[in-house]
Structure formats: C-alpha cells, structure tokens
Design a protein around this ligand. Sequence first.
Ligand code: RNT
Ligand code: ZN
Length: 418
Amino acid sequence: MTPSLYPAAREAYAAAGSDAEAALATLAVTPISIQCWQGDDVGGFERPGATLEGGGIQVTGSYPGKARTIGELRSDLDFAFGLIPGRQRVNLHAIYGDFGGRTIERNAIGPEHFSSWIEWAKSRRVALDFNPTFFSHPLAADGFTLSHRDPSVRKFWIEHAIACRHIGAAMGRAIGKPAVTNLWIPDGLKDLPADRKAPRERLMEALDTVFKEPIDPLLQLDAIESKLFGIGSESYVVGSHEFYLGYAVSRQKMICLDMGHFHPSESVADKISSVLQFVPGLLLHLSRGVRWDSDHVVLFDDPTRAIFEEVVRGGFLPRTHIGLDYFDGSINRVASWVIGARNALKCLLAALLEPSARLRQSEDSGDYTARLAQIEENKTLPFGAVWDEHCRRQNAPADRAWISEVQIHERDVLSSRR
Ligand code: RNT
Ligand code: ZN
C-alpha cells in the first residue's frame, strides 16, 4: 500500500489558509441526487421497452447494457453507490413508478406506485427526489403541456403535477427528509410565435393551480426549471428563465438552474448569488452542454467548480440541493453515474478547500494582483491527496481503483442484457 499523502496535504492547505478536516466533514454530509434516468436513457417503466420521445431532449448512443426493469435499475444504482464516496440521494421521474405491468394514466399515479422505491430507498438509507414527467406521452406530442391552449390537456397535466407533489410528500414523510419535486415542461415552438404572451399566461395560471395546496416543507419542496431552447422549441420556450425567476420570487419557490439551459457563454455560477437574494432555495442540475444542451457527463471542470465556489463562498450550501442531470447512452451508463457524481463531489471539495478568507482579504484591501496570484496558486495545492482521503474514509475506491470493477460488472452483468 502506498503511504497516505494526506497529512502533508492537510499541512499544505493549512499553510495556504484552509482547513482540510472541516472541508472533509462538510463533504461527507452533502449528498448528490443521482438521476435514475441515466440508467436507461430516460425510458422509464410505464410501458415495456418505452424510450424517450419528444420533449426537446435527446439521448444518443446505443452502448449495450441499459437497465430494462426496475430490478436492473436498482441493482445498477447499488453498484454505482459502491463506487461513489459518501451517502447520496436518488432522483426519480414519474415514469419510473412500479406500475406492476398495468397502464396507469399519469394523472392517476399515486404514492402506492412508488412504495417499492420508498422501501428500497429506506433499506439503502438514501433519500429520494422526484419529477413529474411532461414528455414521452401522446398529450405532450404537440409540444405543449401545462400551457396548452386546450383546457382539457392543461387539466390532465395539472392533475399529473399535483399527483407528483403528493408522491414527493409521501417520499419525504416515509424517509424523514424532504423530497425536492422539480417541475420542468418542454412547452415551446420551433418557429417564430405570433403570440408569446398567451402560453405564459396559461402557464402561470396552471402553476398556481398546481401549487395551490400548501405542502409541509419538511416533506416536500417545490422547484421549477427554466430553459433557453430545446429540440423543436428553438424559437420560443414558454418557461424561460425570466418567467420562472419571476414566478419563483413572487411565489417563493425554489429555482432550478440547469447548466445546459442557458446561452453557452453565460455563467450559471454568477446567477447563484443573485437568485438566492430573492428565492428560498436553489436546485442545481449539474450537466455539461457541448455546443448545445447535450447533457454530457459532468466533469471536474471550470464551470462546475465555479458553481460550487459560489455556493460555498456565499454560505449557500444549506439552501442548495445538488442533482445530476445528464444522459449519455454512448458509454457504460453505470460508469457515467460514477464519473459524474465523483466529479461533482470533487468540485464541491475543491470549493470547500478554497482559502476564501485570504482571497477576500486581498480583494477587500484592493490588492487585485495578490488575489489573482492566489486564485491561480490555489490550483496547484495537493487536492488529489485530500480527495483520496475522503474516498478512504468513506470506504470507496480511490481514483484509478474503480474502473476495473466497472469492467468486471459490465462483463458479468451488463453484457447479458440483450
Ligand atoms: C430537460 C431538463 C430536465 C430533464 C429531466 C429528465 O431539458 O433538463 O431536467 O433533463 O427532467
Ligand atoms: Zn435539468
């Protein structure tokens, strides 16, 4: 066994002005919500063999081994959890219910369809989050749901969203930690609208009906997610950032910022200290857009690090819920959970290790030269040794030690799924 480099790393961080033990303690109690939909390319279990349809999002790739049943999805999640340090959460979509082979309309789903998930989550001691599903459905096929011009279609989706809030609350009650129920709709138009106003008026009204019933925040928390454009909604998205920010501020809902849902040159990190002046909480959808909202696996990269720097510097961690949101069918799907979750945790750890008091001192004294030098030199502190220590304490494999386990799992388990 190679000797631990951690004691020396801890000293190096202390000399730079940060407390590695405190960083590890916070990291250990901060969960990442793992998106179930990466395990099966957003198919779900409504109908056997269902695939993602419409909704302006797209999974590409046909890597073998995607989960075909609830049992396979759960065992893949279990396997991934063994390779991710710390205790995480699981993020479910409405189409992932345990419907027992029956067709249950989306406006008729209830906590009973998620009781086996709740039992599973309890036995793993992981908390759950939830999402209504406004895509892959005939009543979403024309690209409109909650803002549809037909009141009966709107009503159907309003009932679905209300049902989902109740499911979220049931999860929160059973598990003892509130479920975040995040609402994202695909509504929008491919080409130039003649009327941008009416769908937004209808969406506002629909949301007010969805959220009419107050739900105890100890059980369930509502979040709303905006988007700039989608496939087939390039010219107009009803639920734009301005729309939902206004809605969230006026109704005190949490806002969800998805890293793929803004113009590529916009900084999502910069939005955090603005929106949290006005909304009660933040949901992060960590993702990576490559040229568009392509939902690539999360990296240990500058945009994601900047997001966590802002969360940590602002003291916003208690009001921030962290979720992964990407779907890549071109690589081993279990590995993609592991890579993305480990990278999210690394970005958080790097932010927690930042000697932020010193940076602020330089800034406050007007010494921007020293600030820039410090920012750059922090990058070469021995981060990897602290990360390895985290993996060791959480009984998870270190970097370079888990990929062979994934390869064995692929050979012995995934490859038999045809
Ligand atoms: C779509 C949104 C949304 C979905 C998931 C599956 O652009 O990002 O969060 O990815 O609900
Ligand atoms: Zn998202």
